[in-house]
Design a protein around this ligand. Sequence first.
Ligand code: CO8
Length: 255
Amino acid sequence: MQTILVERRERVGIITLHRPKSLNALNRQLAREVIETLKAFNADDNIGAIVITGSARAFAAGADIEEMANLSYAEFYCDDIFAPWDALRLISKPIIAAVGGYALGGGCELALMCDFIIAAEDAQFGQPEIKLGILPGIGGSQRLTNAVGKALAMDLILTGRTIDVHEAKAAGLVARVVPSKELLQTALEAAHTIAGYNSPAVRMAKEAVNVAFETSLNEGIRHERRLFQAAFATEGQKEGMHAFIAKRAPVFRHR
Ligand code: CO8
């Protein structure tokens, strides 16, 4: 891997975006490496949750402008250059974005593709593509709107302004704000907690929440009900409930 660092700590897989000279600008190689690593973590029974992070200065300052600047419509259309990022939606294990510094353009969109964002006090979010003569390209117009509502999404996408972490938290973009030096530790603790639960139930819970953004309330509730019933086919449900009744800590087997 040349653009990311990959690490495993107990049952948590960590991807650190690592293109320091360009504030972790997202080029095609980085996309391939992130997706390849996510797929490997997803297939690995020893991994229960994933953290994606960047550097203290930038989670990611967007797509790589130098790489994109001279591309033609035909290249973008025929090669569907951002298509690899679509595979992130197929990762069934929870992904936490630990965001410090800039999360701009594609960087903000990548954070939005994760399941939730834990941000450092110095984090800044924005979709400044309009200043470059373009618009968000890996789902920002949809996911940002779902996260913060039409008014703020339009404001950010049309003016290109950047918001600080407190505005992002108030708008619902960010789940937690922590001091910068506690960012990774907090994200890892959340990931370790998740990774310790009944793995199929964790994935079902992620699936159930995501369905809320893709279907009607009625269909979403029906989907949740089926998943809830399916949870009773897992060993973890028996262990979780019997452990509660016996007043002991549950021991989940992660399969
Ligand atoms: N692409 C390429 N290089 C970048 C990028 C980028 N997005 N952002 C920063 N860099 C480089 C700079 O060119 C500079 O390189 P060098 O040292 O060789 O001159 C280095 O990183 C440090 O940057 P600055 O000197 O500019 O640092 P500052 O602290 O002065 O400013 C900013 C930091 C505000 C983040 C500034 O760098 C900036 O505005 N960057 C561009 C932000 C932006 O416009 N992002 C949107 C890009 S377009 C996009 O994301 C489209 C999304 C579509 C889908 C994405 C799929 C991946």
